[in-house]
Design a protein around this ligand. Sequence first.
Ligand SMILES: CC(=O)SCCNC(=O)CCNC(=O)[C@H](O)C(C)(C)COP(=O)(O)OP(=O)(O)OC[C@H]1O[C@@H](n2cnc3c(N)ncnc32)[C@H](O)[C@@H]1OP(=O)(O)O
Length: 208
Amino acid sequence: MSKLLIIGAGGHGRVIADCAEASRQYCEIAFLDDSYPEREQNLAWPIIEKSSTWKSFKDEYSFALAIGNNQARLALYRALDEANVHLPNIIHPAAIISSHSELGKGNVVFANAVINPGSKIGNACIINTSASVDHDCQLADAVHISPGAHLAGSVKVGQCSWFGVSSSSVQAICIADNTQIGAGAAVTKDTEANGLYVGVPARRIKDI
Ligand SMILES: CC(=O)SCCNC(=O)CCNC(=O)[C@H](O)C(C)(C)COP(=O)(O)OP(=O)(O)OC[C@H]1O[C@@H](n2cnc3c(N)ncnc32)[C@H](O)[C@@H]1OP(=O)(O)O
């Protein structure tokens, strides 16, 4: 059993801690957050230092990144990976992940999420509560599939793209890098990079 240090003590961090606790893989779970020392506790788990101090803990702990912003999470992931920090995938025991899928490092997969066979998940991705990634999808690094969002088969999702809560994608399309899909949208065609798409069917409404 190893010790887990989560960078970021917000709501997403608390779900990661809860998920790690449920996985029974860790003997200790704690946080780094810039609100320390004003806040020393985050529900059942201590906040032990500021985020910037992570290097001093890197030989003692495994790390998880609880940063919602995809670009910021990817930047921090790269810094920690470069420093040979151990970045396990944090997987809730109630997630269903095909043994014929592949996950990189530093991902989180929450309760009731499903990843089906042939899918490849990059690094630092969030597969949130009850999201599904169907067969043969390919997710690049730092993608976020929000709660209840669903990807049909063979969807490619570019780096740092974000599916909002309860959004969906039809099969076999390409979501470009840095695409944001609004809550409840249904994507039916390839997207172009750096766009915000909303509605059913999803339409690009602005650049991001
Ligand atoms: C566990 C967790 O919490 S994980 C986090 C999950 N969170 C989400 O999934 C959030 C998803 N976010 C959204 O859907 C947001 O509404 C966004 C990103 C699409 C838009 O946010 P903003 O950039 O602030 O845009 P803004 O709110 O100004 O809306 C712009 C226009 O789009 C419309 N719009 C916004 N969101 C949506 C949507 N999901 N579907 C349809 N139309 C929308 C607005 O009504 C507005 O229209 P108007 O100009 O005619 O008034």
